[in-house]
Every structure is written in structure tokens, then in C-alpha cells.
Write a protein that binds this ligand. Structure first.
Ligand SMILES: Nc1nc2c(ncn2[C@@H]2O[C@H](COP(=O)(O)OP(=O)(O)O)[C@@H](O)[C@H]2O)c(=O)[nH]1
Ligand SMILES: [Mg+2]
Ligand SMILES: [Zn+2]
Length: 289
């Protein structure tokens, strides 16, 4: 009987598939090799069990979406992980990742780690993201505060963890499942151009779902977006967009509702600053296309 599962990794000529709460070592039906079908983590497949833990992949289902660099298919949610302190969150990177995730249309969860070290100023900034309407959870991997609140977000979904090195991503996976024992405090090494890590993309079964602990997105440029589209990914601007001009980009235009809200302290200055910076990038990339 065929069962549906999710490919978690390919390794040594085998494919590992998570189905019915366990991982099966699978080989491919011959015709896939002939077709040169490429499989990536997250692919939904139908497998035919042969023993208790071995099976063959009989069919691969159509991909619902595809994330590149790292390549993962059928992603349900992106979990942005930032340390709430030590180091302080890089709010520019956070705003950038939020736009990218919004642009792809994935569900978003923001997790701030190191709650045990957080100060009032960062706590205030973090709360602003929650008030904007994002799901925000603060945790400590040290004291385990907030961890239980996080568990339901993983169930039956494929999640991608993204965030800078040192944010506590590996520690978070270990907090959720103590059997995982991922290495923490690992610094990725730089070889030539770009960062290299030794790991391949792998989905890890956790809290009833699957998670990719990736080094983060590598393409951080906001290309292929239209200048008037960018503001749609700033939910904190929405209620203030009663500007004089319908085409207002909230930059130098007169009688701009967004800038008025900024002056009144209703919009966080860093948000508008990052918006203008991203707007410049978007306009520059428009010219290239
Ligand atoms: N105090 C404190 N330290 C943490 C917490 N989470 C992670 N760390 C430490 O922060 C460092 C980086 O964590 P790691 O999980 O490797 O981050 P990654 O690079 O995102 O995978 C390690 O030294 C962890 O022990 C936390 O909640 N509180
Ligand atoms: Mg790590
Ligand atoms: Zn405006």
C-alpha cells in the first residue's frame, strides 16, 4: 500500500522520507533515474514500504512552491529567528527578511531568543513587531521560558528557520527536542566567495512537523518588485496611507499620511528608514530590468 510522505534528505544514493511518524530509507523506482527527475527536500512523495524501514519512491507530487538557495519545496512557514540581545537584533535584516517572506506569501513567525538577556529597549522594539500583527514569540533556550508556546507552530508543517548566525537557531531545535543535540555556537567559515557550511539541506522531524535549519537566505536583494508594491509589505503603514497623492511613495511627497504618523511617533523611525533604503534598491533594480 502506498503512503504519502515528505523527502527530508538525499544521501549516499538513498532518499530519506518522513511518513507515518518515522523516517524511511528509500530507493528510487528505475524510471525516475531514466527521467533524470531531481528530488529536493520538501518534495511530497508516495512510497511503497518493503520492510519496516525501507521503501521505494513510486511517485512525486507537484510542488506547491519552491524556495531557492537553499532549495526546499512546499514550504508552509518561515520562522525568523533573532536574538533579542547579545547580539542585538539586526532590525534591517529582520525587515528585509519580512519583505521577502511576505513577497513569497509564506506564513511568518518571528522568534526572539535569549529572553533571559533581553533589555527594555529591545523589548519595546520587539513588541512593535507584535503590534504590527506578526506572530511574535520570545523564548529563552537557557531557562526554557516560552518554549511550550512555540510547539504548536511546528505541527504538520514544513518550516524554514532563517536568521543570522548566533541567533540561537540550533539551540532552539535542541530546546524543542532534546534528542536532537545539534551543534551550537558553530561559526560558519568563509571560503573564497560567500559562506560555506558543511551541511546539506535537511529537514528535521520536530514537534510533529519538519524544520530546515538553514544558514539563512543568501539572496538579500529586493529584485523583481515594483516600487509601489514595496509599501504593501509594511503592515504598520497601512492605516496611515491616507496621503494627498494616490501614488505617494512616502518619501518626499507633501501631505503624506505615513510621514505624519512617523512624526507623531506612531511609526517606528527604523521602519521608515529601512523602507526608504529598500525603496532605493527597488528603484535601482527596476532600471536594470
Ligand atoms: N543566554 C542565552 N544564550 C543562548 C540562547 N540561545 C542560544 N544561546 C547561545 O548563543 C550562541 C549561538 O547559538 P546557536 O544555537 O549556535 O545559534 P545559530 O547560529 O543560530 O544556530 C550559543 O553559544 C548558544 O549557547 C538563549 O536563549 N539564551
Ligand atoms: Mg546553528
Ligand atoms: Zn505617503
Amino acid at each position: 500500500m502506498l503512503i504519502q510522505g515528505t523527502l527530508v534528505k538525499g544521501y549516499g544514493g538513498f532518499y530519506y522520507v518522513f511518513a507515518n511518524d518515522r523516517v524511511w530509507e528509500c530507493s528510487l523506482r528505475g524510471r525516475f533515474r531514466v527521467q533524470k527527475q531531481d528530488f529536493i527536500a520538501g518534495d511530497k512523495v508516495l512510497i511503497l514500504p518493503e520492510t519496516e524501514e525501507k521503501a521505494t519512491i513510486e511517485k512525486v507530487l507537484v510542488r506547491r512552491n519552491l524556495l531557492i538557495r537553499p532549495s526546499i519545496a512546499n514550504v508552509d512557514q518561515v520562522i525568523l529567528v533573532f536574538a533579542g540581545a547579545s547580539p542585538n537584533p539586526d532590525y534591517n535584516l529582520l525587515d528585509r527578511l519580512l519583505i521577502q517572506a511576505e513577497n513569497v506569501g509564506m506564513d511568518i513567525l518571528i522568534v526572539f531568543t535569549k529572553l533571559d538577556l533581553i533589555d527594555m529597549e529591545n523589548d519595546h522594539l520587539i513588541n512593535y513587531y507584535r503590534e504590527m500583527g506578526y506572530a511574535v514569540i520570545k523564548v529563552s533556550n537557557k531557562t526554557r521560558q516560552g518554549i511550550d508556546e512555540l510547539v504548536p507552530f511546528f505541527r504538520d508543517r514544513v518550516s524554514v528557520l532563517a536568521g543570522p548566525s548566533g541567533a540561537g537557531k540550533s539551540s532552539l531545535i535542541n530546546s524543542l527536542d532534546s534528542s536532537k543535540e545539534l551543534k551550537t555556537g558553530e561559526v560558519s567559515i568563509k571560503i573564497g566567495r560567500g559562506r560555506h557550511t558543511t551541511r546539506h539541506v535537511e529537514l528535521i522531524p520536530i514537534a510533529g512537523g519538519l524544520v530546515a535549519d538553514t544558514p539563512g537566505f543568501s539572496s538579500l536583494f529586493l529584485t523583481g518588485m515594483k516600487r509601489e508594491e514595496l509599501q504593501n509589505y509594511f503592515p504598520d503603514f497601512t492605516e496611515h496611507r491616507d496621503c494627498r497623492f494616490k501614488s505617494c511613495l512616502h518619501d518626499k511627497e507633501p501631505r503624506c499620511g505615513v510621514k505624519e504618523a512617523l512624526d507623531k511617533g506612531l511609526i517606528l523611525p527604523s521602519r521608515h528608514k529601512h523602507y526608504l533604503q529598500f525603496l532605493k534598491e527597488v528603484i535601482e533594480s527596476e532600471r536594470k530590468y
